[in-house]
Design a protein around this ligand. Structure first.
Ligand SMILES: [Fe+2]
Ligand SMILES: [Fe+2]
Length: 275
C-alpha cells in the first residue's frame, strides 16, 4: 500500500500562512484509512488542517505517540472534531511527568486533554502491545530498549524532585507496510530510533526499511549515539529520511550530510508520499 503523510504542525513552517510550534502532528492517508498521529501542543494543527484542506473530521484513528504536552495538547479538539475516531494510547501516557533542567517543568498531557479523554473513555483503545489499525498499518506498542547507546533523550522524571526517572514506556511508533518496505513514523523517538526501527522490522518480517519520519529526539545525543544511529541507518539504507520536531539542528544536519538523497525537510505543510 502507499500513503500520503501531511505534516499538520511541526517546530518550523515552510509557509507563512501556516502556524508552527514546538510539537508534532501528522495526517496519514493510506488506502482510504485516515489517521491523525499526534496533535501538537495547541489547536494549531486544526487551524493548519483547515488551511491545507485536510478533512480532520474523517479521521478513523487518533494516535498518541506518548503522553507529552507537545503531542497531546490538541487532543480535546481532535476528539471533538472527529467524533467517530478511535483513540489509541498507552495507559501510562496519562501520568504526571516532568522535565528537570534548572527547575522542574510539568510536561505531561494538559488538563483539557485529560478531561477530554475521560469524557471519551469509550473510544479509547489502550495500546499494551503491537496493535494493527488496518491491513498494512499498525502501532508498535511499547518498544523494547535493547541498544546500549540510546536513552529517552532528556532529563525526564516522574516526580518534580527528580528521584524517579521517566522511561517513557508509553512511547509508540506507527508502521506502514508498502511495496518498497516499511515506513516508520515516530513521535519523539524516546525509545531511540534504532530500537524503534528494529522492533518495527521484527513486527513485519521480510521487509526492508523504506522511510523514517518524525521526531528523533537527538538534540542532546552523544557523538557515540549519533555515530551509531547513522551507522544503523547506513545498513538499512532507507529511501526517505524525514527528521523533524525534536531531532535537533545538528543531528538533522548530520543526517542530511550522511544521506543527501534520502533526506527530506519536515515543516508545517510538508507532504510526503511513501510506498
Ligand atoms: Fe516531542
Ligand atoms: Fe516527547
Amino acid at each position: 500500500m502507499t500513503a500520503t503523510i501531511t505534516v499538520l504542525v511541526d517546530n518550523r513552517t515552510g509557509n507563512d500562512d501556516l502556524a508552527f510550534e514546538h510539537g508534532l502532528s501528522l495526517w496519514i492517508e493510506s488506502e482510504g484509512v485516515h489517521v491523525l498521529f499526534d496533535t501538537g501542543q495547541s489547536d494549531a494543527f486544526a487551524d493548519n488542517a483547515r488551511r491545507l484542506g485536510v478533512p480532520l473530521e474523517r479521521a478513523d484513528h487518533i494516535v498518541l505517540s506518548h503522553g507529552h504536552y507537545d503531542h497531546g495538547g490538541g487532543l480535546a479538539t481532535a476528539l471533538a472534531t472527529a467524533p467517530q475516531a478511535t483513540v489509541h494510547l498507552h495507559a501510562e501516557a496519562l501520568r504526571t511527568r516532568f522535565s528537570i533542567r534548572d527547575a522542574p517543568r510539568s510536561i505531561g498531557l494538559p488538563a483539557p486533554a485529560l478531561r477530554a479523554l475521560e469524557t471519551n473513555r469509550a473510544r479509547i483503545r489502550w495500546t499494551s502491545g503491537p496493535t494493527p489499525l488496518a491491513p498494512g498499518l499498525g502501532l508498535s506498542g511499547p518498544i523494547p530498549r535493547l541498544t546500549d547507546f540510546e536513552d529517552t533523550g532528556g532529563p525526564f522524571f516522574l516526580d518534580p524532585e527528580g528521584r524517579t526517572p521517566d522511561d517513557l514506556v508509553d512511547d509508540q511508533a506507527l508502521w506502514i507496510d508498502t511495496p518498497r518496505g516499511i515506513v516508520a513514523v515516530l513521535g519523539c523517538g524516546h525509545s531511540g530510533l534504532v530500537n524503534t526501527v528494529r522492533y518495527l522490522l521484527a513486527q513485519v518480517p521480510d521487509r526492508r526499511l523504506h522511510a523514517v519520519l518524525g521526531g528523533l529526539h537527538l538534540n542532546a545525543a552523544s557523538e557515540h549515539r549519533l555515530d551509531a544511529t547513522i551507522a544503523a541507518l547506513a545498513e538499512w539504507r532507507p529511501d526517505c529520511l524525514a527528521p523533524g520536531h525534536c531531532t535537533g539542528e545538528r543531528a538533522s544536519g548530520l543526517l542530511r550530510e550522511a544521506f543527501p538523497e534520502a533526506w527530506r525537510p519536515v515543516h508545517s505543510g510538508a507532504q510526503l508520499r511513501v510506498g
